[in-house]
Design a protein around this ligand. Structure first.
Ligand code: UD2
Length: 321
């Protein structure tokens, strides 16, 4: 059945992949983005589809968003619009509050007003904090250690409070380390794989903070887009928080071995002091989302990294060879 979905933050890294997933399943999408960190180029594929409507707007602008809800009667909303940088949340806490908490509240209230039952919210593994036991379990007591993580957690609490009070199916997805095409490498705090890819492609060495034995639960943006889409579409998704992760930890040194295969002539990696506040290991338990949506990550790390570096088609033939 074709339905219409609203995606906020549609021009972002995760947003644009999520929009494409929905369009490929014959759904109609209204994509909103203020282009603060999103890029219109990311929507090139989506904008060639008649099932996609592009709206340049801020998800916090209640009047504009209300007009969209009035016009379309959405079957569900994927709310990805956010202030995405943790360091920026320290510098601009008021902006962090507006973009990461107030916007979610505004979208949730519009869902209630217009009887749009399903709201999928982009949360983060950052809510667990540095000292959580591994693998991270949704039932753990969250320990946010940045304004960013605090706002994401507060938004989860607001949405789940509405879910308990009204008929809102708020599905909060805690993303782990997402990587893939269109991730912006331009800040030192960008995702490590976007930075490494950018440097290797420019003939520069990777700079490793620490001994490279720190591990992360890296998940491909294509898997994340599928998790978002299934959470929107599947009728039996229940209001709660869910990890979006693979359940596997991969060290930076293992990551660099895969890069070596792709860039055999790259200069030697440079090791420097570890970042202050860096976490040593991060890994999620993927069971809860698997139980509710049947979702598990399908893209093995090596394939995902090949896709990031070579593009999807080239990566498939390279890995088969
Ligand atoms: C993630 C989030 C961060 C915050 C944190 C909370 C991303 C991109 N970052 O940080 O915003 O929510 O989780 O725990 O999702 N590294 C290098 N060289 C580089 C860049 C990074 O060695 O050029 C290291 C970095 O020190 C860290 C690892 O790579 O040990 C991963 O770094 P990251 O910034 O991609 O992700 P993370 O998990 O530290």
């Amino acid at each position: 059945m074709t339905q219409t979905f609203l995606v906020t933050g549609a021009a972002g890294f995760i947003g644009s992949h999520s929009v494409e997933w929905l369009l490929a399943r014959n759904q109609r999408v209204v994509g909103v983005d203020n282009l603060r960190t999103g890029r219109l180029e990311n929507l090139e594929v989506a904008r060639s589809s008649r099932a996609f409507e592009w709206v340049l707007a801020d998800a916090c602008d209640e009047a504009v968003m209300r007009a969209l809800f009035e016009q379309h009667r959405f079957a569900g909303v994927l709310h990805l619009a956010a202030l995405v940088s943790v360091p920026e949340s320290f510098r601009e806490p008021a902006l962090n509050y507006r973009l990461n908490l107030a916007a979610a509240d505004c979208i949730a209230r519009l869902c209630l007003e217009f009887k749009c039952k399903r709201l999928v919210f982009a949360s983060s593994a950052a809510v667990y904090g540095t000292y959580a036991t591994l693998p991270n379990q949704e039932s753990a007591i969250p320990q946010p250690q940045s304004p960013y993580a605090a706002a994401k957690l507060a938004a989860e609490v607001m949405l789940l409070g509405y879910a308990a009070s009204y008929a809102l199916e708020a599905v909060c997805l805690r993303y782990f380390n997402v990587y893939g095409p269109r991730q912006d490498p331009s800040s030192p705090y960008s995702g490590v794989l976007s930075i490494f890819t950018d440097r290797f492609q420019g003939g520069l060495p990777a700079i490793v903070y620490g001994d490279g034995e720190q591990t992360r639960d890296f998940i491909s943006v294509r898997d994340v887009a599928r998790a978002n889409g299934e959470a929107l579409i599947q009728t039996h998704a229940m209001a709660d928080c869910y990890n979006v992760c693979t359940g596997c930890g991969i060290s930076l040194n293992q990551v660099l071995t895969v890069y070596r295969g792709l860039f055999p002539d790259a200069p030697p990696d440079e090791y420097t002091t570890a970042r202050i506040g860096d976490i040593r290991h991060s890994r999620g338990n993927p069971e809860k989302l698997r139980n509710i949506l049947g979702f598990s990550a399908q893209i093995p790390f090596k394939q995902g990294l090949h896709e990031l570096v070579l593009g999807e088609r080239a990566a498939n033939s390279e890995i088969r060879a």
